[in-house]
Design a protein around this ligand. Structure first.
Ligand code: ADP
Ligand code: F6P
Length: 324
């Protein structure tokens, strides 16, 4: 029988993502239902080191499930990457009676969670990032909302692009991963999708594609460019010079990280938040929760960080097949 945990903490770390609030709500309400106390740690590991720690009751998470961002705030904290910072963080947890922590964030945040776990604080990670770039899981909190936000924005750009018979290069987020770009590429019926996992930097191929599409009578040409490729504005200048077709760049930027989470993000974040508390109660530590092959699962953090996933070749080929 695992030692009973009386008090847990919850923090959000790294880039915010829509659905983080739903996860916080699920952690707080599950823990309270199981007779635990909950402490909210503000601004990620930075807030832990600054002792920005508040008591959280069930009512503190009322009316947040539909809100984007994170009510706890988030930050990036260099000091927590040092052994001294990690020891200080664990000592502060002990001072506040925090025996377990749920960390909502990406791969970097899991490293911090692993460090806390080594210092004797039971930690569980939840995948919170719009980028979908966490290998151990097919779903990350925020991805669905971000893709839908980007898709709607791209639909709008496409309207004006078609009216003016222009080419549009639209840059989406994703850090070094092309998941948002690929999903938008298919969902928006884009003519070209440039993602770090696949793009060979052969711009002439894109130029030829634009010219050939124009000859076939297409009035617009949408290129989704992942931020991992970047340089959309200069690319637009070169494409316009080479094709003679007016070309504009749009960088969607932070709008993709905000806004009201979709039902899918609220649902998965709620289940994952609750799951994290249940495995803390079982005495588990140094684990990360994921969704794989239709099930919610948990992995050892080191094992999770060593997993590899990539873009599905068949899906990428289908995107091009359908854009003709
Ligand atoms: P994400 O969690 O989205 O990948 P970051 O990589 O920025 O975002 O990491 C978030 C925070 O996690 C960092 O600011 C730092 O406080 C902590 N962190 C990242 N890497 C480590 C590490 N190797 N050891 C301890 N903490 C880390
Ligand atoms: O990880 C989420 C994300 O929005 C990435 O898509 C992007 O590369 C990065 O964060 C931007 O980070 P910052 O908020 O530090 O500008």
């Amino acid at each position: 029988m695992a030692k009973e945990i009386k008090t847990i903490g919850v923090l959000t770390s790294g880039g915010d993502a829509p659905g983080m609030n739903a996860a916080i709500r699920a952690v707080v309400r599950t823990a309270i239902a199981r007779g635990m106390n909950v402490k909210g740690i503000k601004k990620g590991y930075q807030g832990l080191l600054n002792e920005e720690i508040i008591d959280m009751k069930g009512k503190d998470v009322s009316d947040i499930i539909q809100r984007g961002g994170t009510i706890l705030g988030t930050a990036r904290c260099m000091e927590f990457k040092t052994p001294e910072g990690q020891k200080k963080g664990a000592d502060i947890c002990r001072k506040h009676g925090i025996e377990g922590i749920v960390v909502i964030g990406g791969d970097g945040s899991y490293r911090g969670a692993q460090a806390l776990s080594r210092q004797g604080i039971n930690t569980i990670g939840l995948p919170g990032t719009i980028d979908l770039d966490i290998s151990c899981t097919e779903y990350t909190i925020g991805f669905d909302t971000a893709v839908n936000t980007a898709m709607q924005a791209i639909d709008k750009v496409k309207d004006t692009s078609a009216s003016h018979e222009r080419c549009s290069i639209i840059e989406v987020m994703g850090r070094n991963a092309g998941y948002i770009a690929l999903w938008c590429g298919i969902a928006n019926g884009a003519e070209d999708i440039l993602i770090p996992e696949k793009y060979d930097f052969d711009e002439q191929k894109i130029i030829n594609n634009i010219i050939s599409n124009r000859r076939k009578g297409k009035t617009h040409h949408i290129i989704i460019n992942a931020e991992g490729i970047g340089h959309s504005v200069s690319m637009a200048r070169r494409v316009e010079a080479a094709t003679g077709i007016e070309t504009r760049a749009t960088i969607l930027g932070y709008m993709q990280r905000g806004g009201c989470p979709t039902a899918k993000d609220r649902y998965y974040a709620s289940i994952m938040g609750s799951y994290a508390v249940e495995i803390l109660r079982q005495g588990k530590t140094n684990r990360v929760v994921g969704f794989s092959k239709g099930e919610f699962v948990d992995y050892d953090i080191e094992e999770a960080l060593n997993m590899v996933k990539g873009i599905n070749d068949v899906e990428y080929d289908i995107a091009y097949l359908l854009s003709v």
